[in-house]
Design a protein around this ligand. Structure first.
Ligand SMILES: Nc1ncnc2c1ncn2[C@@H]1O[C@H](COP(=O)(O)OP(=O)(O)O)[C@@H](O)[C@H]1O
Ligand SMILES: [Mg+2]
Length: 222
C-alpha cells in the first residue's frame, strides 16, 4: 500500500503532508505497556519501546517513499506542534513543501499533563489541518469508505450533523477506530477543509481524491 500510494503522491503534483498510523508496530507495543490515548503513568522502558517501534515503522515508510521518487522529511508530531506552536509549525511545513520535500509524521507517544499518552494519527491529521488549512485531507483506509450502519454500503457524502447522528463502533482499535476518524473529520470540515475517506488499496481512487476529483468513497463537508 505504501509503495502504490507513494507513487500516486509523487505523480499527483500536489503538495502533501503524510501522516501514518501505528499499524502492527505502535499499537501492539503501546498496549503491552498500558499506554493509551488517556494520559497515565507508564514505565520509561515502555515509552522508549513504543516510540522505537514507531520510528522503525517510519523508517520503512520513508525508505519506500524514497524508492518512489518522494523526498520524505520525517518529524515527530508531538514535539513539533506542542513546543513551537501552530503558526510556526505551519510555516515550517509549508517551507519544506515549497522545497519539494514531503513532511511525514506518525502516531506518537508523548508526555502530557497526567502522564504519557498515545496520540493517534487521526488526531495529528486534525491538528495539522487546523494549523495548515489545506484544501483537502485524504484518509487512506483498509475499507472503501464509511459504511452505513450494519451494512457494507458506502455513504457517498456526509456532513458533521449527519456524523453526529450516526452510531459507529469503536472496534478494538487502540485509539478509537472509525468513530475517532469521523470525529476528526467533523472538526476538520468545520475549518473549511474537505475530508475524503478512500480505500488505500484502490490507488486510482486515492489519486482522484488527492487531486480533488470525484472518487469512489466518502466525502465529508460542512
Ligand atoms: N461505519 C463504518 N464504516 C467503515 N469502517 C468502519 C465503520 N465502523 C467501523 N469501521 C472499521 O473501522 C476501520 C478503520 O478504522 P481504524 O481501525 O481505526 O483504522 P486505522 O488503521 O487507521 O487505525 C475499518 O477497517 C472498519 O473495519
Ligand atoms: Mg485507528
Amino acid at each position: 500500500m505504501v509503495s502504490a500510494l507513494s507513487e500516486e503522491i509523487a505523480s499527483s503534483d500536489q503538495k502533501v503532508v503524510v501522516v501514518h498510523g501505528g499499524g502492527s508496530f505502535g499499537h501492539v507495543v503501546a498496549k503491552q505497556h498500558g499506554i493509551s490515548s488517556e494520559a497515565g503513568a507508564a514505565p520509561a522502558a515502555g515509552v522508549a519501546q513504543t516510540r522505537g517501534a514507531m520510528y522503525e515503522l517510519n523508517r520503512l515508510v520513508c525508505k519506500t517513499m524514497m524508492e518512489f521518487k518522494l523526498s520524505p522529511y520525517p518529524f515527530s508530531p508531538f514535539d513539533a506542534v506542542s513546543r513551537a506552536g501552530g503558526a510556526a509549525v505551519s510555516s515550517w511545513l509549508k517551507g519544506l513543501l515549497k522545497e519539494g520535500l514531503t513532511p511525514v509524521t506518525f502516531g506518537d507517544v508523548g508526555l502530557a499533563p497526567g502522564g504519557f499518552k498515545v496520540i493517534s494519527g487521526d488526531v495529528i491529521v486534525q491538528e495539522l489541518a487546523k494549523i495548515m488549512e489545506p484544501e483537502r485531507c485524504v484518509f487512506a483506509l483498509d475499507v472503501d469508505g464509511v459504511y452505513e450502519e450494519n451494512t457494507r454500503v458506502i455513504i457517498p457524502e456526509l456532513t458533521p450533523s449527519k456524523v453526529k447522528r450516526m452510531r459507529v463502533q469503536n472496534g478494538d482499535d487502540a485509539t478509537g477506530g472509525m468513530k475517532l476518524k469521523l470525529d476528526a473529520a467533523s472538526r476538520i470540515v468545520a475549518g473549511g477543509t474537505k475530508v475524503c475517506f478512500v480505500s488505500g488499496y484502490r490507488r486510482n481512487e486515492f489519486s482522484k481524491a488527492l487531486k480533488g476529483l470525484d472518487f469512489y468513497g466518502t466525502v465529508v463537508r460542512s
